[in-house]
Design a protein. Structure first.
Length: 255
């Protein structure tokens, strides 16, 4: 059975078997370390990684795929996958398991940030994520304070997850080759997070600070704090100079 590539869905299918095996090895190791038995693959496409995941013994495995043509292809190609496919938009679905589960995949690049923010909604039930992203996005997620790539997504993900950049993936490993390099990262849920007044205040502060990242923090977030509070030296810095702990601590001083 043949399938077509849909640019609108950001489809670039992995064809390099070594990369598929490397990603599967990381997933296997995490499954063993965490004793998680539920696994969700997002956007399996033509099944490059899926065919290896189907071979992992003792797991409850599901895939979510929006493209009806790919659902038909997967069902026709891999008999073991039948009844495991959720034909839905990942961004609109409910958590697929009642217990804790791992999320993995070669994430569609046009919605990869949205995928991460969706996972954040489920964070208490998702201890591990292993995903492939456009390299630039993967680097932003893993970025540290002070770097040019450090920003909103770095902080909001790292507030709850430890991020490890694992390896690069060349454009030649895909069909069709994307115009960018890719990168695989792993997220592990933190045992302890920094105390903050609320998630809502934290998100609001981080987004407001980085919306004008070239400005001094005092000018970028002046509407969120009293004039007296804004005299604090920390507001002389720019957003990219603040750690996650700094942002969390500042939420208690917001109006």
């Amino acid at each position: 059975m043949q399938y077509t590539l849909k640019k609108a869905l950001g489809q670039h299918f992995l064809k390099d078997e070594n990369i598929c095996k490397n990603i599967t090895d990381v997933i296997n190791q995490s499954l063993n370390e965490t004793t998680i038995s539920n696994l969700l693959e997002v956007g399996p496409g033509a099944g490059a990684i899926t065919k290896y995941l189907l071979q992992i013994p003792g797991i409850n495995f599901k895939v979510v795929e929006l493209d009806a043509e790919k659902v038909a292809y997967l069902n026709a190609t891999y008999t073991a996958i039948q009844s495991k496919i959720i034909h839905q938009n990942f961004l609109e679905m409910h958590a697929p398991f009642d217990e804790k589960f791992m999320v993995v995949g070669n994430f569609p690049y046009n919605i990869s940030s949205q995928i991460l923010f969706k996972i954040l909604e489920w964070k208490q039930n998702v201890p591990v994520v292993v995903g492939m992203f456009q390299k630039e996005v993967a680097q932003r997620v893993a970025a540290q304070p002070g770097s040019k790539t450090y920003g909103i997504i770095s902080i909001l993900i790292q507030a709850y997850y430890d991020v490890e950049y694992l390896f690069d993936v060349s454009a030649n490993c895909f069909n069709p080759p994307p115009k960018v390099m890719s990168g695989v990262i792993q997220l592990k849920l933190k045992d302890k997070t920094f105390s903050k007044r609320s998630d809502k205040d934290f998100i609001n502060l981080v987004k407001t600070a980085f919306n004008q990242r070239r400005k001094m923090l005092r000018n970028a977030v002046k509407n969120l704090f009293s004039e007296d509070e804004l005299k604090n030296e920390i507001f002389n810095k720019r957003a990219e100079q603040l750690s996650i702990e700094d942002f969390a601590a500042l939420t208690f001083k917001m109006k």
